[in-house]
Design a protein around this ligand. Structure first.
Ligand code: BGC
Length: 468
């Protein structure tokens, strides 16, 4: 049995020597040491520097054109669209001017057809339904409703309301969109459907998290998404963004939020502990060779890396007596939500794990050893995701260490952060190790739940007049 002290693996008394050897191999591949974290932090700094200096390098480090910090005194009602990997939320957000807000919202699940073909017309249709049902529709076409669009895919921003799609990810593939301005594509769909709405700002979802948290905590410095995908943004000095010229801004701001697109970190695989199980996923993915960091830590992929490792053990006949099932054989059948349940199962016989394998995966008659192996594999690979996530956060904090001389807030959203056991705790533990207790004590990491809508409204406020 491998050393399990730091990951708290279950002891498997009946494990054969061969099973132990294979588990040790998986452990060695997925375990992330302190030294590895330090190496990754250094790798991040190298790529951040290159990304701020030049265009088209590995880490995009995209200037967002968001330059004003909220005060909490912003007020007015704004329409906000929040397009994530799974849902579109259409919201009417009312900022009350006292750090509080009210919101009405409607969630629409994005169909595969929309992801593959009809996305922009589908968005227009959802907005139309929302406006109609909430009676926000205006007949006066000279006064369209201002709207901010939170878009959780990488765009090369050329203004606060302009940005060309760099690439799709998270399973989207709408044709003729890469390289084109997302605001124009969406606005054209609004025109086709006579939806009287004008997009006044487009922001990344990490910026939504940052700005929403800043509305209640003006010292918010960073926004992070640990969800279906992953990414972060933070306040950077404009003088540090060497590749940026004032663009179409009419003033010279001191600072600007930079959308890092950190899912693209180390696409050349120089420091990340990338295993053959990751590679199997990568090779078969739609964006092969891209977003490799995201593929190691985010909710869309975590279950799939674990499925690969489980099948590797099945193929060596040390798990489930060498049997698989049709379900387990299907790519992406192991949803990351199950991983959270498995890792949290502390019952003596691993009853939740049994339920998952026997009912969900349709593999009957599991032994305790089978269940313990599955739990250990989930803990190891999930543990790696937590550690790498924390390393990325610490890298950004160490980039401008002076910001930690005072209390700062980080707004975080996403299913991994919310539901994966002890995720938030592991960010804090790593921060104490890397930054030291004193600086780490200045960190206030908060859940920016559904922050994208509020954050978008805050940005919309800075660039236009309210909807009411
Ligand atoms: C996208 C980012 C986004 C992140 C979190 C990634 O796949 O490239 O733009 O912020 O997911 O949703």
């Amino acid at each position: 049995m491998p050393d399990n002290s730091s990951i708290n693996l279950i002891n498997i008394p009946d494990a054969s020597p061969y099973l132990n050897t294979l588990l040790k191999q998986i452990y060695d591949e997925f375990y992330v040491s302190d030294e590895k974290v330090d190496e990754i932090i250094k790798g991040f700094h190298d790529e951040m520097r290159a990304g701020l200096d030049e265009h088209n390098v590995l880490l995009p480090m995209i200037p967002s054109y968001v330059t004003g910090r909220p005060t909490g005194k912003e007020s007015g009602s704004y329409l906000a669209l929040d397009l994530g990997g799974t849902n579109l939320r259409v919201c009417l957000v009312t900022l009350n001017g006292d750090s509080t807000f009210d919101m009405i919202q409607q969630k629409f699940t994005i169909s595969q057809e929309a992801k593959d073909f009809t996305l922009f017309d589908w968005i227009a249709q959802c907005v139309d339904i929302f406006l109609e049902e909430n009676k926000i529709s205006y007949d006066d076409f000279t006064k369209p409703t201002p709207c901010a669009f939170t878009f959780s895919f990488p765009i090369d921003q050329t203004g606060i309301a302009r940005g060309n799609l760099i690439m799709w990810n998270k399973g989207f593939s709408v044709p003729n969109a890469v390289g084109r301005d997302i605001v124009t594509l969406t606005q054209n769909a609004f025109t086709r459907k006579h939806v009287n709405v004008k997009i006044v700002a487009i922001i990344n979802d990490t910026i939504g998290s940052l700005m929403a948290s800043a509305y209640t905590n003006p010292n918010c410095y960073m926004g992070i998404i640990f969800g279906t995908g992953t990414n972060a943004c933070y306040w950077e000095k404009v003088s540090n963004i060497k590749k940026w010229s004032t663009g179409n801004l009419d003033r010279n701001p001191d600072e600007m939020i930079v959308n890092m697109e950190w899912g693209a970190f180390d696409n050349k695989l120089q420091v990340l502990p990338f295993t053959p199980h990751d590679n199997k996923l990568n090779r078969k993915s739609q964006n092969h060779g891209l977003q490799v960091f995201e593929k190691m830590i985010s909710g869309m992929y975590l279950g799939e890396v674990i499925r690969n490792a489980i099948l590797w053990l099945v193929d060596r006949r040390v798990l489930f007596g060498g049997r698989s099932s049709e379900i387990l054989n299907n790519a992406y059948s192991l949803d990351t939500a199950y991983v959270s349940v498995i890792v949290a199962d502390d019952s003596p016989n691993l009853d939740e794990v049994r339920m998952f394998i026997e009912s969900t995966l349709s593999i009957p008659g599991t032994t305790f050893t089978d269940r313990a192996v599955v739990k250990n594999v989930c803990k190891l690979i999930g543990g790696r995701a937590k550690r790498l996530s924390a390393a990325a956060m610490c890298a950004v904090l160490l980039w401008r260490p002076e910001v930690l001389d005072n209390p700062i807030t980080i707004g975080v959203d996403g299913s991994m952060y919310q539901f994966y056991p002890k995720f938030a705790e592991s960010l804090k533990v790593e921060a104490i190790r890397v930054l030291g207790k004193e600086k780490a004590d200045n960190l206030n990491i908060i859940l920016s739940k559904d922050g994208s809508g509020v954050g978008a409204a805050v940005v919309a406020m800075t660039v236009s007049k309210p909807a009411h």
